[in-house]
Each structure stands twice: as structure tokens, then as C-alpha cells.
Ligand binder design. Structure first.
Ligand code: ADP
Ligand code: MG
Ligand code: MG
Length: 251
């Protein structure tokens, strides 16, 4: 599904290298987790995959089902089925949440050569999915994320993800700042979307989210690279001993 080879990325306007030759393969239908200390480049990786400005790829490649992601505009990546749930979801004053969702869904359907959803079908689907995530009708009418609590923003990201039905979902610290109940809602939302044709990259600083979203593969990232890959036991090792032992072992 996602194949990253030797990816090197620096800041566009500064001489600062952040990703230093990162290799990662996420197979179709699998859930991979990336854990790593603060500042190791986890968010940068997700931004670069989504096509955010400000970063320069100096070497390496990233493909989604064989298509070169790095050549594409962010909208093209989204149309192909890449979705990023942000660590810090953006507020969009003046744009109603429902309008935003409908525009995004229909733009993606158009890019995929599908007809627009009728207003009625869209409403039915969005209401059902919002209900699962305990997002009330009022939140659907308000401007996107404006005045939402941390937990509401994260749940709203999962609602967007559920409506867009992406192939490759990247969640960047979707658990940070959530209480246990909100985290369970988010995890349930993700688990409901697990599917043989869909892959996830779950970026998290802490192990606890992985109690609820059970990963197939766990990677440890440090200083701009994946330094260790293993099964779910690797996340428990981090939980128990922190990163120091693993980092000492691989350095
Ligand atoms: P993580 O998500 O693993 O905590 P980040 O990708 O946010 O790591 O950051 C990796 C490193 O790059 C950090 O040292 C961070 O300060 C730096 N960095 C990332 N983006 C920027 C930016 N736009 N300007 C300056 N430094 C940045
Ligand atoms: Mg960070
Ligand atoms: Mg981060």
C-alpha cells in the first residue's frame, strides 16, 4: 500500500535535516504503529506524505499503491485515498462542518469518477457516523473545529476519515490530550474502519492507544529514521522501559 524508501527531508527555509533516510512499508489491510521520542520527525513524516508546504524532499521516494506521492498536489493524494488526521486539527471559521464534509466527500467522489451523493443520502450517512462517534447535530452545524474541545476535534477528524473512506489512513497523535473515554471513542471509530483493503499508520507517543487499536506491526522512530521494527510486544517494551534501552541497542 505505502512504500517509503530512503526518504530524506529538510526544512525548506532552514538548513535543518529532519528525516534522514527513512524506510517503511505498510502492507494493504495492516495497521502499523510508529512510536518514538518527541522531535524524532513523526509529524514531519505525516506532513510530507500529505504534501504540506515548508519541507523539501532531498532524497528517496514514497509511493501509494505504486503511484509517486511526492509528485502530487495534496488534493490528488487525498483523491487517491490518503487521509491524514492531524495532531493539531485546524479550525475553519465561516465554513460549516456539514458543508465542509459534503464538499470533501463529493470532490473525492468526482476524482474517483463517481456521482455526487444526493443531499438525502449524504445526510443519512453523516448522521449515522456522527452518532457512532457521539458527535451531536449541533457540532455538525458549527464552523469546522471552531470552539470544539480537544476531544471533539479529534472525533471530528475520525468522522472526516469515516466519510471519506480512504485507503491509507495516517493518524498523528490522535490520542494526545484525550481522556480515556474520548480515546476509546476514537479507537472504536478507527477499529470500525479496519478492512482488508485499508491500511493505517498510527503515530503515537504513548502505548495506551495501542491497547485499543491493536497494531500488526510496531516501528520505533528516532532521529529521522525507523530504527527498530517488531510486533505489538515492542510497544509494551517502550511502555515498561521507555525508549532509552532500544535507542542504546540500535546506536
Ligand atoms: P515529532 O512529531 O516526532 O515530535 P516533528 O516532526 O514534529 O517530531 O519534529 C522533528 C524535528 O523537526 C524537531 O526538532 C522539530 O523542532 C523540527 N521541526 C519540524 N518542523 C519544523 C518547522 N516548521 N520549523 C522548525 N523546526 C521544525
Ligand atoms: Mg511532537
Ligand atoms: Mg508530532
Amino acid at each position: 500500500m505505502l512504500e517509503i524508501k530512503g526518504l530524506k527531508v529538510k526544512l525548506e527555509d532552514e538548513d535543518k535535516q529532519i528525516l534522514k533516510g527513512l524506510d517503511l512499508t505498510v502492507e494493504t489491510g495492516k495497521v502499523h504503529a510508529i512510536m518514538g521520542p518527541n522531535g524524532s520527525g513523526k509529524s514531519t513524516l505525516s506532513y510530507v506524505l500529505a504534501g504540506k508546504d515548508g519541507y523539501e524532499v532531498t532524497e528517496g521516494s514514497a509511493t501509494l499503491e505504486g503511484d509517486d506521492l511526492l509528485e502530487m498536489e495534496p488534493e490528488e493524494r487525498a483523491a487517491l485515498g490518503l487521509f491524514l488526521a492531524f495532531q493539531y486539527p485546524v479550525e475553519i471559521p465561516g465554513v460549516g462542518n456539514m458543508t465542509f464534509l459534503r464538499t470533501a466527500v463529493n470532490a473525492q467522489r468526482k476524482a474517483r469518477g463517481q456521482e455526487e451523493l444526493s443531499a438525502g443520502d449524504f445526510l443519512k450517512e453523516v448522521r449515522a457516523k456522527a452518532k457512532d462517534l457521539k458527535i451531536d447535530a449541533d457540532m455538525l452545524k458549527r464552523p469546522v473545529n471552531v470552539g470544539f474541545s480537544g476531544g471533539e476535534k479529534k472525533r471530528n477528524e475520525i468522522l472526516q476519515m469515516a466519510m471519506l473512506s480512504p485507503k491509507m489512513c495516517i493518524l498523528d497523535e490522535t490520542d494526545s490530550g484525550l481522556d480515556v473515554d474520548a480515546m476509546k471513542l476514537v479507537a472504536d471509530g478507527v477499529n470500525a474502519l479496519r478492512d482488508a483493503g485499508r491500511s493505517f499508520l498510527v503515530i503515537t507517543h504513548y502505548q495506551r492507544l495501542l491497547d485499543h487499536i491493536k497494531p500488526d506491526v510496531v516501528h520505533i522512530m528516532a532521529d529521522g529514521r525507523i530504527v527498530k521494527t517488531g510486533g505489538p510486544e515492542l510497544a509494551l517494551e517502550v511502555e515498561n522501559n521507555g525508549y532509552a534501552d532500544i535507542l542504546a541497542e540500535v546506536s
